[in-house]
Design a binder for this molecule. Sequence first.
Ligand SMILES: C[S@@+](CC[C@H](N)C(=O)[O-])C[C@H]1O[C@@H](n2cnc3c(N)ncnc32)[C@H](O)[C@@H]1O
Length: 234
Amino acid sequence: MIPTGKKKRQFVKNKFASVTKRYDLLNGLLSCYIDHYWRWATTQELDRSRGGPILDLCAGTLPLSLEIVRQTTLEVIAVDFCYEMLHHGTSRIRGKETEYISPVCGDGENLPFPDQRFQGITVAFGVRNLSRVEQGLREMLRVLLPGGKLVILEFSRPKNPLISPIYRLYLHKILPFMAGILSGDREAYHYLAESIQGFYEPDVLAKMMEDIGFRQVRYRPMTMGIVTLYIGYR
Ligand SMILES: C[S@@+](CC[C@H](N)C(=O)[O-])C[C@H]1O[C@@H](n2cnc3c(N)ncnc32)[C@H](O)[C@@H]1O
């Protein structure tokens, strides 16, 4: 069972701290490296003509921040509340990356920024980990400039009746087993499976975004619905 509220916060922080060093390797292996394409597609959604800065929330070891810098010349503020993840990512950035990425250890549910600070926000595989998703979305809306764009990349569940049982088997049995061996923390990958299984359906999350005040909300499944990309504007 995934803990809730404050207990979830601490649990999530501890779990990411414990898998930090293997996070990127496991991400690639367990997704057959399709995660690179998912982050590429997320970055493609950013509006380059408006300039920066971009808030990359729940930035972890910075894979999406790096993709943004690879594709654009936008300044990125990378926020995560797990110091270990952020520190590990930051220790590996070089050259242009150090110029464009500013890591900030902070909480997505209580962002350390004034209102209307960012022209764009990206969140890859982070929203599901928030202990209060609505509070996180409210904070994202608050720090976005009018007309600014939010792009969320998140796991979802394939709907195809042929794919769905295979995916569930993978998620609940194969993934925790393989990840347990490779990362030494099987519980972290049980959490991953449970958190994906228990997360909102895409239409529910999109409705939540609208209710909070995002405009022109839309979403599109990718890779058979294993992930979904959500877009909304302030
Ligand atoms: C699955 S990782 C995603 C990392 C990265 N965005 C990527 O594309 O791989 C989720 C990250 O969300 C962070 N996180 C969870 N809750 C958070 C919160 N309330 N505030 C800031 N970061 C949070 C975790 O520490 C973790 O690094």
